[in-house]
Design a protein around this ligand. Sequence first.
Ligand code: ATP
Ligand code: FE
Length: 339
Amino acid sequence: IIILGIESSCDDTSAAVLKNGYLLSNIIASQKVHEAYGGVVPELASRAHQQNIVPVVDQAIKQAGIDRKDISAVAFTRGPGLLGSLLVGTSFAKGYALAAGVPMIEINHLQGHVLAHFLKEDGAENREPKFPHLCLLVSGGNSQIILVKDHLEMEVIGQTIDDAAGEAFDKCAKVMGMPYPGGPLIDRLAKEGNPDAFQFAKPQIKDLDYSFSGLKTSFLYFLRDQLKENENFIEENKPDLCASLQRTIIEILMKKLVKACKETGIREVTVAGGVSANSGLQNALREEAAKRKWNLFIPKFAFTMDNAAMIAMTGHYKYLNNEFAEMDAVPFARMNIQE
Ligand code: ATP
Ligand code: FE
């Protein structure tokens, strides 16, 4: 089975080729145009996808070293994401499927993030989590704890009631005058700062749910007060601010994850999504895993961000299940993990 995967849900155009679960290529074209705007500009994202998609797919096929006519199916992200961005990938997939005479498979982007842990690569260790396992999905649009019962059977058991963890990173970075996306920059600066320098509000939310909007407000008000006393406060304290903010976000995330493991009795744990690249979060997960005897899975960097490899991987399982899309499939901006 050879799956061509297409991902265009947000600001990365990506194409990947997967053969029997083994990754042959994974090309990601990230869009730089959004940096100056403090967030992804949907209109600019769709245009960039439109420019990138053909060369990115070409390169993925070339790098995979396969013959185009051996592709079994094309898997594309149907949602959730930005509608204009999704339309580019969806339309491309339809055109490709029609021209090549192969079936099309629609993929839920969130399932893709979760299934990135099943990607196999030549020469790699290729461990994979057993079922059931818990996945902490932390990205720009979602913060969820997912009970993964099987490859295509997932249940959200906890989720944010407002902002996502990635949004908390990005919005607080914006307040400090940093470019988008702020998450990776905060991660870098936090390494030079004192994580206990400042205290910010932590939410009291019930069950396994998260909330990050209070932290954002607490951060904003704290800075506003400090700037009244010292207009250079941010510049003079950036590493400490980043380290303290990051510590707070990690503590919020870990508390509910630990609770979920205790309540379900599951010790097979994975983390996924853009924020799973955060070095502080990875360290906290490793510490907790050692302490609580979790079997922990952290994705390699290329699989934390949006990528078509995870879309192709999900496509592989849907192909085995004979789950194909109709030619009139339309993208959805909003989708639950089981839709
Ligand atoms: P979704 O998958 O929910 O639709 P998305 O696709 O926009 O959202 P991803 O691409 O998975 O999200 O993740 C992007 C987010 O990850 C951004 O908010 C970014 O700041 C954050 N991020 C990336 N690297 C790091 C890091 N090292 N530390 C913290 N946050 C990070
Ligand atoms: Fe994503």
